[in-house]
Design a protein around this ligand. Sequence first.
Ligand code: SF4
Length: 295
Amino acid sequence: MSHPYKTRTGGATVTVFVPYDCRNNCPFCVNKREYADCSGFSLPGIVQSIRTMDAITPRCDVVFTGGEPLADLASLQTMLDAVPATHKVYINTTFPLQSHADADEMLAFTERNREKITCMNISRHLQRYVEESPDEIIGRIACPTRINCVLYRHYPAQKLYEYVERFLPYGIPVQFRYDYTETTPENLYEEENDRILQDLRRLFTYRGLDGCRMRNGFHFSYKGLHLTYHKTLPYSTITETGPDGVTYDVLYDIIIKQNGEIHSDWDGTPLDLERYRRVTFEPYDLHVIDGTVAF
Ligand code: SF4
């Protein structure tokens, strides 16, 4: 059954799946099968959908993910150019070693777009699944950066100190991530049986917690570096009856697929554009729950 949409002030985050692949096969990847067959992928279709979403929510966050956004710098530039400066823009990347675009070209891209890119989120996992460019290169990226690290299944906890020390010379904050396919409403805020949380509490200085219905972050510091442990639910819509007695589909993420289709969830549900044009806005429910998260 369809309900009227509700989302946070400014609009749900628009996540764009770039229309070209990475060359990796990370074991926890849920996107890879979408790139198995690239027929129907459409750069013009994506650009059109970016414009459509910009017209409805001109201040929402925009995320480029994949696949590998940096695998085709010209196409990424075309998509970035379609996003007006009113939006915050995030890029999820491995900052790969690739023969057709060397490190200098990728660094020049970050320099050219430094005013546009709010943050580049760079995957670096405890176990190496991809061909990584050297840390020294990551340290030279011109826009703000963050390291994303999925702590997957039987991760080697004894390597966590050494891992974080890697990024100290560059002052790049690290976000550890729970495998989100395993997250449920019951374990989102559960602490005692969360092995990752217990490991991080043992090794680093816990500072605080923020969160909302959909996701949260446990914040830590280590030698001045900001570390976060992030958990999020594996869907992007929560159906809920508001204080006005109306049942809403509360949207957190809107997805632009590789062919330009716009979805309201990760499971292929199409976004009803006319309904979204009439969306009800509520203040963002992300708030500090404990301690401090800004330091
Ligand atoms: S680099 Fe990213 S998109 Fe590619 S396999 Fe790994 S997680 Fe998936």
